[in-house]
Design a protein around this ligand. Structure first.
Ligand code: PLP
Length: 386
């Protein structure tokens, strides 16, 4: 395979070599079931306890407040459906228009079961207004679920303020922190967040493992019914190697987050600056002062993001576009639409998302290739006056 320049880390990340090394024995010789009575299984249970500690350390919570799951989607579904099941008398859920489908879909499905779901708007920078949020709360609010950081734009919500307000009113608060964990320092002991979702494959662990933080005392019915695993909160034999990997990935994140963030932010800003210099009419989507350090969402008007992606792909450059192919037509992203990004710009949006494995050389290569691609596509575009 030719050189790959991977700048699609909000979609998924490379498994860190240290993580792979840590998990390998649990895919090979240490294959016992952690629920078994024998010593062979017991040593696996011991390693899961260690991974729970490592995960808890990154979140600043206690180990028994962590439930291991299969992914971010499961964590979100568990938090939303599990907490509603535990408080059946209240029937309103508050969320935002820019959530990932792993939150929006279960919420919208609830509408078919008699729930009222309020999807709060964001402003043109992707920010959530506290006043609007506060006025949506009522005695009937069963749950508030709002993401920590947006996967498309990187915009960070005022989650701690939301959590504090919910706490004041006795409303459970869940946050989808799948994009924030490992990029933003978190401390559940100092925070009012009741439940927080994370996903292994966004922080250099493999796909197929996630976790849900549940503050001690939060009412939650199990979502997956089965055996007694995870202290009766999530049935199913544990994905041992995945959990071990997640623990190690959390440990590495904790160790390197500060330095990595500074370096990654520098690379992201360099890429942004170069793109805006070479393509002055490009527009950055999302609040540039309130973003994850690794994310750059940029629009090139009058051309298709998908076409840019295909041409970048020819150089081995991996990124994402803000449009999704739905029934044969390109639908601009619901996030950019909610921000009021014009249709012509939303269609031409590209997301670059960096990680600790990106280099300055890669950033410069992308910035070198992009202008010619944009110019060529503009020449072909029927919407551009020539
Ligand atoms: N939430 C957010 C914000 C995400 O970005 C993603 C994945 O892209 C998910 C949830 C779903 O996570 P998973 O792929 O682990 O189910």
């Amino acid at each position: 395979m030719n050189r790959v320049i991977y700048m699609d880390n909000n979609a998924t990340t490379r498994v860190a070599p240290e993580v792979l090394e840590e998990m390998m024995p649990y895919l090979t010789e240490l294959y016992g079931n952690p629920s078994s009575m024998h010593t062979f299984g017991g040593q696996v249970a011991h390693k899961i306890r260690a991974a729970r500690q490592q995960t808890a350390a990154l979140l600043g919570c206690d180990a028994d407040e962590i439930i291991f799951t299969s992914c971010g989607t499961e964590s979100n579904n568990t938090a939303i459906l599990g907490s509603l099941a535990a408080s059946p008398n209240k029937r309103t859920v508050i969320t935002t228009r820019v959530e990932h489908p792993a939150v929006l879909s279960p919420c919208r499905n609830l509408e078919q079961h008699g729930y009222r779901v309020i999807e709060l708007a964001v402003d043109k920078h992707g920010n959530l207004g506290m006043a609007e949020f506060e006025s949506a709360l009522s005695d009937d609010t069963a749950l508030v679920t709002a993401m920590y950081a947006n996967n498309e734009t990187g915009v960070v919500f005022p989650v701690e303020k939301i959590a504090a307000l919910c706490k004041e009113k006795g409303i459970p608060f869940h946050t989808d922190a799948v994009q924030a964990v490992g990029k933003i320092p978190l401390n559940m002991k100092k925070s009012g967040i009741d439940m927080l979702s994370l996903s292994g494959h966004k922080l250099h662990a493999p796909k197929g493992v996630g976790a849900l933080y549940v503050r001690r005392g939060t009412r939650l019915s199990p979502y997956l019914l089965g055996g007694h695993q995870e202290a009766n909160r999530r049935g199913g034999t544990e994905n041992v190697s995945g959990i071990v990997a997640l623990g190690k990935a959390c440990e590495l994140s904790q160790q390197y987050m500060e330095d990595e963030n500074t370096r990654i932010r520098g690379l992201r800003d360099r890429l942004q600056e170069k793109i805006l210099t070479i393509c002055p009419d490009a527009m950055v989507n999302g609040d540039v002062k309130n973003r994850l350090p690794n994310t750059l969402n940029v629009s090139f008007e009058f051309i298709e993001g998908e076409s840019i992606l295909m041409m970048l792909n020819q150089f081995g450059i991996c990124a994402s576009s803000g449009s999704a192919c739905t029934s044969g037509s390109l639908e601009p992203s619901h996030v950019l639409r909610a921000m009021g990004v014009p249709f012509t710009a939303a269609h031409g949006s590209i997301r670059f998302s960096l990680s600790r494995y990106n280099t300055q050389d890669e950033v410069d290569f992308v910035a070198e290739k992009l202008p010619a691609i944009v110019n060529r596509l503009r020449q072909l575009s029927p919407f551009v006056a020539k």
